[in-house]
Write a protein that binds this ligand. Sequence first.
Ligand code: FDA
Length: 289
Amino acid sequence: MTVAHSQSYDSGLVERLLFRVARKWVAGYSSADAIEAALDANRRGMSAILNFLGEDTADEGQVGATVDEYLLLMGMMHDKNVQGCASVKPTQLGLAIDYEMCRQNFKKLAARARERGQFLWIDMESAKFTEDTITLYLELLKENPDVGIAVQAYLKRSGADLLHIIEHGGKVRLVKGAYHELEEHAFASGEDVDSNYLHLLKMLAGGDNFFAVATHDSKLIDEAIKLGGKCEFQLLMGIRDELKSQLVASKMTVAEYIPYGGQWLPYSVRRIRERKRNLLLLARSLIQQ
Ligand code: FDA
């Protein structure tokens, strides 16, 4: 009895300490927290891209609850006059369980987004889902032009994918990529990823389709500004806020990606891994408790 009690106390404490760090990148647990953060982004001159955290869902009930959450969120954004949209991970809508289930769920969200006059983004996850995610995206695009997909510059296949998506009139969010991938699939060095990012950026800027430059890398952002094209800049909540203000002040279109929900750990681990200084932040928070 005593042992069980102290174990649950310890895990609760660790969770609270970790959440203190994660709070930098995550709006909070509830849709109300997300709406508040989105309105704050709007006040700072940016639109908001809201993501209900969750991934690799293996449980159909959980998938259904996630669809309901996004439908509710879209309604709240509409009612509260939030400038922005949702961004959804395919495996939260069932891609790890069944492609058809995921497709039906995305169709539901895309239809609701359309009714509400909102855009809908599809996040890109690890390489084993790339092919299915692109197939699904191109299907959705036939019914709704206001749907976009993330493409990862670290993947060697992305040049060919981008060409295909552009040909179909698709809208792309260009990111470097956040997952651990085998060298067989992905460029291993930061220089190679950056040079592929620039290559893909030139492809996007050379076309007529709307696209999003989603990076905090000043060099690539400067290149994007020089290249021009129908684009917006997207940055994550809690990262490089000064750069966001500079872009807004220079009359660029900027969006802040704002995650929320109870499943904040995998997302926060990716943010910590991206930068050594974030590890120090974590250590400091654990020491200062
Ligand atoms: P890089 O990591 O090279 O960072 C450039 C500079 O930005 C750093 O020098 C530092 O100053 C700052 N910076 C970057 N990360 C930081 C951090 N965690 N803390 C503090 N400073 C940091 N990925 C994916 O695989 N699928 C997806 O769908 C998406 N979606 C997405 C949407 C949006 C709006 C953004 C901005 C990013 C994504 N990503 C993503 C994540 C992306 O792939 C990548 O992991 C991160 O953006 C970090 O890479 P950068 O492009 O910022 O470059």
